[in-house]
Design a protein around this ligand. Sequence first.
Ligand SMILES: Nc1ccn([C@@H]2O[C@H](COP(=O)(O)OP(=O)(O)OP(=O)(O)O)[C@@H](O)[C@H]2O)c(=O)n1
Length: 511
Amino acid sequence: MATTDTSHVKRNREESSVVCSCKCERRDASTQTDTKVQGHGPRLSKVNLFTLLSLWMELFPRNKSQLKNATEQARATGLVVVQDRNVIGLHCSSTELHVGQVAVIKHGPRLKGCNLYFSRKPCSTCLKMIVNAGANRVSYWPGDPELSLLSSDGGGSGVADRQAPAGSQDAVLDAVAAERLKSNSRPHVCVLLQPLSSTMQQFAAETSGGCDFVQRVAADDRRLDAGELFASQRRRSLERLTAAFFVPGERQHRDILALMGLETFCVEPYFSNLRQHMRDLIGVLASVASSIPDLPLGYGFYAKDLAEGPAQGLSQDVSRHCIIQAQLLAYRTEDPKVGVGAVIWAHGKSGHCDGTGRMYLVGCGYNAYPAGSEYAEFPQMDTTQEDRQHRKYRYILHAEQSALIFRSAEIKEDENTMLFVSKCPCDECVPLIVGAGIKQVYTTDLDSGKDKHDISYLKFEHLQGVQKFIWQRKVQAGDVSEPSKHPLSNGSVRKCETGTEEGRCNKKPRL
Ligand SMILES: Nc1ccn([C@@H]2O[C@H](COP(=O)(O)OP(=O)(O)OP(=O)(O)O)[C@@H](O)[C@H]2O)c(=O)n1
């Protein structure tokens, strides 16, 4: 890809974000922005990334019987625990426990000083413990709270006392208690509102539609159009996510906000802004979630090499969920050209209280320059730069490397530790993956076999002792087509800009 010097300048501009609490608005400095910090595209701020991850964690796949038994009125809730700018926990509520309770069980005293991102306002039971644990900041998405205030009939004005459905009196009492805990506590309990940059929506849609996973499905079947495939996936995702997070009626939403102590959001223009920011974030999440098509076409993460032994992988739902986390992380990339995200989960031997079952987070990361590096301190150019000294490859950390370096848990020999990475692991990372004791890798192999000198992907094919689960169509007995032999597999991906055959480029879609 042609690059210019200026287009790759990294702008470490400090930008402030609006932090809204029930009583006031204040400016909070943030070093992370949604603005166009890289030459290629906008970048998610940390706050927006954590908010998106918390919303996504709320939807962690659970089996139907679990959902049926879910506690009283409590809604499934997601949570991201951040310590010193690193994610140390990705959780969701379980049948028995609210997500704040899960966090207390999992982290206990380590919650001190942490920032917690809830996908909806936690109930008083959770909040009093989190406050007592000494969390630094608790933020939440101001839709329907954990103890639902939506009327059971799902419509009308919903939450007013006069129409309170059976059981919602408790929810109203809880909302008042949570509000009281919030205003009398040391940790800042707030709604973090960081607007997305104006181009983020479009960027997320373009890059998600052009990513390896979508392209592979479309390329395997020439009758499928990648654009249409992605658009239909996105429509479905948007519908599902809107239903999950968005309070449909404006009046209903205002009632909920008032009961949660967020009266300031009920007046204009704050109310409309709030709903617009919600729509924008949901739009980005819908795009990213659609980057791994969820279609009955037989695609999923299937074992690459059965010679590695019996391949007992995760369910497709869970694999897809985790790789979408990696895709979200990729939008924090510092690479001017390609964003890569990685998340490491392990399957624990005990400790089944999370909505994720025995799975717990080990670490996550994205490709970036060394932490704390300054403006344009390191080269940013790719192979189009003749002078190899000016290429980025010796400086930029890979997503898997960041996930390992900033991990919050040790990798245990006797547990299954799984890496989900949005791009094929390169030769620098393969030995790290093996050495670290990772047992399974979920990825795309579209770069596998490429030799690019500064960064190559030759070792992945021969990676031994680690099971590879590749995004591909399941080969059925008697199936003559072999998806892994498709031209895409050796790394060249068509991405049609103009719609004509001539317009097909040979480049991999970029983030
Ligand atoms: N599993 C991987 C693979 C790559 N990367 C990151 O991806 C970038 C390099 O990607 P690649 O497409 O191989 O190289 P480019 O020069 O960017 O692209 P190309 O030569 O294909 O045009 C680097 O930032 C590297 O850190 C990563 O983090 N994790």
